[in-house]
Design a protein around this ligand. Structure first.
Ligand code: MN
Length: 135
């Protein structure tokens, strides 16, 4: 395996996150993928103010690391919590949750997770309502 297959060199292309999995606007950079049988994925995600993912779960969990702005997260049945740059958030396997920016500023986080058995990054559910987001 050559270095070019093992390393992503320089910036990757920022891709719009589709509205089926997001309220608002976000961009994702695919920074790296593990070599099979690893299914690790390393992403950088930037969300515009007031944006949030739909409710979703990750079969093998997820780790988020906030690098800019304020991240809002909520697990099903729990309160909305705020996280600052430098904070790391662990999402347990199979636990339904969402993550988003605060209403008034951009937020960027690193996301690390393993692709699910079905090949998807997550199992996606309903949009997060304004009432849920602003709670
Ligand atoms: Mn997630």
């Amino acid at each position: 395996m050559s270095d070019s297959e093992r390393f992503v060199v320089g910036g990757s292309q920022s891709v719009d996150v589709p509205s089926t999995v997001l309220t608002g606007q976000a961009w994702v950079d695919h920074l790296g993928s593990g070599v099979a049988p690893s299914r690790l994925r390393l992403l950088r995600v930037q969300l515009a103010p007031g944006s949030r993912t739909v409710w979703h779960s990750h079969q093998y969990g997820q780790i988020l690391h906030v690098i800019d702005g304020i991240a809002l997260t909520q697990e099903r049945g729990g309160p909305v919590s705020r996280h600052s740059a430098g904070d790391t958030i662990v999402c347990a396997p199979g636990v339904w949750h969402w993550h988003g920016s605060a209403p008034d500023q951009f937020m960027t986080h690193i996301a690390v997770h393993e692709v699910q058995d079905d090949g998807a990054d997550a199992t996606w559910g309903d949009h997060v309502t304004d009432e849920e987001y602003l709670a």
